[in-house]
Ligand binder design. Structure first.
Ligand code: ZN
Length: 356
C-alpha cells in the first residue's frame, strides 16, 4: 500500500493552530476503565473499543493529533502493578488503536497525526543517579515501538526534572521524527533538579525540540505566566496544555489544591487530588480564554491535559477560530425553554427567568 504523505507537524504549526487532546488518564478513569491512583492505561488491552471511542470523540471535537495512550505505560509502572509481561503488548495495542483512528480521519479534515508518547518515569533522581540508566532504556524501548507502529511524531510530556526531559528528548531525536516536549514543574515553580522553567525550555530547543512548552499539573492561571516567558525565550513553536482546574498562586498545581467550595464529604485522601477535584474545575469559557490568549501571543500548539473532555477541546479549537465536526452541536441558547429568544418560547416562560 502506498504510504500517504501527511502535512508535517511544523507545516501545520507554521500556518495556524494545531490542537492536541491529552488528559486521557482522568477521562478514562471517569468513564470507568481505570483505577485511580494506579493510573495505568490497561484499557489499551482490556477494552480497546473504549480507547478507540475516546480517540474518536476527541478527533470529532477537533484534535489534530491522536496521541497513543501510553502515559504511565512504561516498565516502571508496569512493574508496580505486576504486569511487566504486558508492557510491549500494551504499548503496541495503544499505538495501533491511535494509528487506526488517525488513519480514519473523516473526509474534509486534515489527516490526523499519530503520536508516540513517553513521559515522566517517576524513578529519575538527581540526587541518586543509580537508576537513571533504567529510565533511558525505558524511553528507548517505548520510542522503538512507536517508530515500529509508524508514529508520525513523538510527544514527551509531564517532565518535572530538567535532566530527565533532556534525556527523553535525546532518545526521541534518534528516531528522526518531529519531537514535541513539554514540562510540568511542581509547585515550587522550578524543576526538581533546580533548573528554571525558562532555562529548561531554552535547553530543550537547543537539543532539537521542534515544539517545547508545558503540559499538566497547572491550570490556566498558573501556567500562563510561564508560557508568556517561554514564548519570548525560544524561537521554535511553543505548546500549552493546562489542566482543567483553577490552580492559584499559593497552590500552583492540582496536587495540593484545597477545596474551599463548601465540600460536605471530603476526600478520604490527604488532598482533593486526584478523586475530589471536581468542584475546582474551570468552565469551558475559562479554557477557551486561555487558548485564545495563548494563540494571540504566538502559541500555536494548544490543548488540555488532565480534566480534558471533548467539549473543552472543541472550545479550544473554536476559540482560535477553527470549525470542527463537533461545531455542529455548539451551544444554541436561543432555543432554550427559559432563556431562549426564539419566537416560539412562550412569554410565561421568559417572564419566569429570574425566579427559576
Ligand atoms: Zn495531565
Amino acid at each position: 500500500m502506498k504510504k500517504e504523505i501527511k502535512k508535517s507537524l511544523i507545516d501545520r504549526l507554521d500556518s495556524g493552530p494545531v490542537i492536541c487532546a491529552e488528559g486521557f488518564l482522568f477521562e478514562i478513569e471517569r468513564r470507568g476503565y481505570m483505577a485511580s491512583g494506579e493510573f495505568v492505561p490497561m484499557v489499551a488491552l482490556d477494552r480497546p473499543d473504549v480507547l478507540e471511542s475516546l480517540h474518536r470523540d476527541f478527533q470529532h471535537a477537533g484534535s489534530d493529533i491522536v496521541q497513543a495512550f501510553t502515559y504511565n505505560g512504561h516498565r516502571e509502572k508496569m512493574k508496580i502493578i505486576n504486569r511487566e509481561h504486558l508492557l510491549e503488548p500494551l504499548n503496541r495495542s495503544a499505538l495501533k488503536i491511535a494509528k487506526k483512528v488517525a488513519d480514519d480521519t473523516p473526509d474534509g479534515q486534515e489527516k490526523n497525526l499519530m503520536a508516540g508518547n513517553i513521559s515522566n518515569s517517576n524513578i529519575w533522581n538527581d540526587k541518586d543517579t543509580s537508576q537513571n540508566h533504567e529510565v533511558r532504556k525505558m524511553f528507548d524501548e517505548m520510542i522503538g515501538w512507536a517508530v515500529d507502529e509508524d508514529a508520525d511524531i513523538l510527544i514527551g510530556e509531564t517532565f518535572y526534572y530538567a535532566e530527565e526531559a533532556f534525556e527523553a528528548l535525546r532518545s526521541m531525536k534518534k528516531s528522526g521524527l518531529p519531537c514535541v516536549i513539554t514540562i510540568a514543574p511542581m509547585g515550587e515553580n522550578i524543576m526538581r533538579d533546580g533548573v528554571s522553567i525558562i532555562d529548561t525550555c531554552k535547553e530543550l530547543e537547543q537539543l532539537g525540540g521542534d515544539v517545547v512548552g508545558m503540559n499538566c499539573f497547572r491550570g490556566p492561571n498558573t501556567m500562563m505566566p510561564y508560557i508568556k516567558k517561554i514564548r519570548k525565550a525560544v524561537s521554535c513553536h511553543v505548546a500549552a496544555l493546562p489542566i482543567n482546574y483553577r490552580t492559584t498562586r499559593s497552590n500552583p498545581t492540582f496536587f495540593n489544591l484545597p477545596d474551599h467550595n463548601g465540600c460536605s464529604c471530603p476526600s478520604p485522601h490527604k488532598t482533593p487530588f486526584p478523586t475530589a477535584l471536581d468542584p475546582m474545575q474551570c468552565n469551558r469559557y475559562e479554557i477557551g480564554k486561555f487558548a485564545k490568549d495563548a494563540y494571540n501571543i504566538g502559541i500555536n500548539y494548544l490543548g488540555v491535559c488532565c480534566g480534558a473532555n471533548p467539549m473543552l477541546i472543541r472550545q479550544v479549537a473554536e476559540s482560535v477560530g477553527l470549525e470542527v465536526p463537533a461545531s455542529k452541536y455548539r451551544e444554541n441558547m436561543s432555543k432554550h425553554m427559559l432563556f431562549g429568544t426564539d419566537n416560539r418560547i412562550p412569554k410565561h416562560q421568559i417572564d419566569y427567568q429570574d425566579l427559576a
